[in-house]
Design a protein around this ligand. Structure first.
Ligand SMILES: NC(=O)c1ccc[n+]([C@@H]2O[C@H](COP(=O)([O-])OP(=O)(O)OC[C@H]3O[C@@H](n4cnc5c(N)ncnc54)[C@H](O)[C@@H]3O)[C@@H](O)[C@H]2O)c1
Length: 410
């Protein structure tokens, strides 16, 4: 099998999260890693002895053996690193948020087009199989038209260890930039892509964490379809508690979350050390990602999504999709194993592989990512200006996307 040779820039928590997917994919060869932290490079080399390591992103981009680059460096580097990689002739997958500003995103799109490389805006939950199956059911028309989308999340995002840049909204810190893309990408995928406007409020409720930890947004599609998204990252109530199998699948217990808040208030938390523990080779890496690797769904960071149609509601079940219709409640199981847990995040890489190796279209291209970023930015602008923001960079998802994904028997 033809292998796609990938290099990773920024081997942090987000980078580590995709490694199991890369390990599981025969068609991917992780041949290089770049990070400014030597310890991280040493740990990466320990796990991937054949891979080259670089202290600079430019050196990785100059490596002739690298065909595509996975960018999981801090948000402020997404644009410069993506442009650097594109100018070196590499295909790019960029972590969410795609960039910090629309000007940056436009420059990324331009660099990819100029250099004739693929730019994929990836690693959002919209890529997971259950969401794509939901889209399939919606698009089939089996239950009439789509009437409303609602996605609500209650997470402990604000309590996880953070670096200084993550606590600065100007560098892409906070829940709207970091968690918005999961829900926005999902809403756009299920609703077809073309949002018209957004009205939102953000909340900055914890003085030890001077970034927004909350948002609620009402969005309207060009078609008139309404959607709401909510994310509360302060971690008092956790969405996982809504399902009986979710209680013990959280990173922190309620007691630990209270202790973290107390340490933050007292200024006694060593976040640098704590974050290092969950990066590659750290003492808590496996434990931290255990929840992600599980083969069952819980309303973790993306929350729970409900799509309402004329004659059905669709939402995620433990291992698939519940279809609540006039026939009752059907649980459509989705294959376990490779398709669930963290490994399902291979979808971005499969899409890139198909585009590079098999000449298929790239569905989540730079313009798709830019449209999602536009909504993130509009949420924050709407909150500041207390008004509805009209959108102008939206793109539709092509109807052929996932045409080879089987339609479930519903
Ligand atoms: N999609 C997801 O589920 C998910 C999860 C976590 C993080 N992320 C994304 O990953 C990105 C990084 O966040 P994180 O939590 O992993 O932070 P992190 O600090 O753990 O990771 C960033 C890494 O980049 C390295 N780095 C910093 N500057 C660099 C440079 N100039 N060149 C090369 N490497 C550099 C750091 O040393 C660090 O190892 C963010 O964009 C975040 O949104 C995505």
């Amino acid at each position: 099998m033809r292998k796609l040779r990938i290099g990773m820039i920024g081997i942090g928590v987000g980078g580590a999260e995709i490694l199991p997917a890369m390990d599981a994919m025969e068609c991917v060869d992780l041949v290089a890693g770049a990070d400014v932290a030597q310890t991280t490079l040493d740990r990466f080399k320990g796990r991937y002895p054949r891979a080259k390591t670089y202290l600079s992103a430019q050196d990785l981009c100059d490596d002739k053996n690298v065909e595509a680059v996975w960018i999981s460096s801090p948000n402020r580097f997404h644009a410069p690193h993506a442009i650097m990689a594109a100018n070196a002739g590499k295909h790019v997958v960029v972590e969410k948020p795609m960039a910090i500003s629309l000007a940056e995103a436009a420059a990324m799109v331009e660099a990819a087009e100029k250099n004739r490389v693929h730019l994929l805006a990836g690693h959002t939950r919209a890529f997971i199989r259950p969401i794509r199956v939901m889209r399939k059911i919606i698009a089939s028309g089996r239950f009439g038209g789509l009437r409303a989308l609602n996605i609500w999340s209650y997470s402990d995002w604000m309590l996880r260890p953070r670096t200084a840049d993550e606590l600065d909204v100007n560098q892409g810190g906070g829940v709207p930039y970091r968690q918005g893309p999961h829900q926005i990408d999902t809403v756009r995928l299920l609703g077809g892509g073309m949002l018209r406007s957004v009205r939102a409020q953000t909340g900055d409720w914890m003085k030890e964490r001077p970034i927004p930890g909350y948002y609620s947004a009402f969005m309207e599609f060009e078609s008139g379809l309404p959607a709401t998204i909510v994310h509360n990252g302060y971690g008092y109530f956790i969405g996982g508690e809504l399902v009986p199998w979710g209680e013990d699948k959280q990173v922190y217990t309620a007691r630990q979350r209270a202790d973290i808040r107390a340490a933050l208030r007292a200024g006694t938390r060593d976040e640098t050390a704590e974050k290092q523990q969950i990066r590659i080779g750290g003492s808590r890496e496996k434990e931290y990602f255990a929840g992600n690797a599980q083969a069952v769904w819980t309303p973790e960071d993306m929350g729970f999504a409900v799509a309402s149609l004329d004659s059905a509601d669709l939402r995620q079940s433990k291992c698939g999709i519940y279809v609540h219709s006039d026939q009752g409640k059907q649980d459509v199981e989705i294959e376990r194993g490779d398709e669930t847990g963290v490994v399902q995040r291979r979808a971005e890489l499969e899409e890139l592989y198909d585009a590079v190796v098999n000449g298929k279209p790239l569905w989540h291209d730079g313009r798709w990512g830019m449209a999602t970023l536009e909504v993130c930015l509009a949420m924050m602008q709407s909150a500041r200006e207390r008004r509805e923001i009209m959108l102008s960079h939206q793109t539709a998802m092509h109807p052929d996307y996932d045409s080879d994904l089987p339609m479930p028997g519903v």
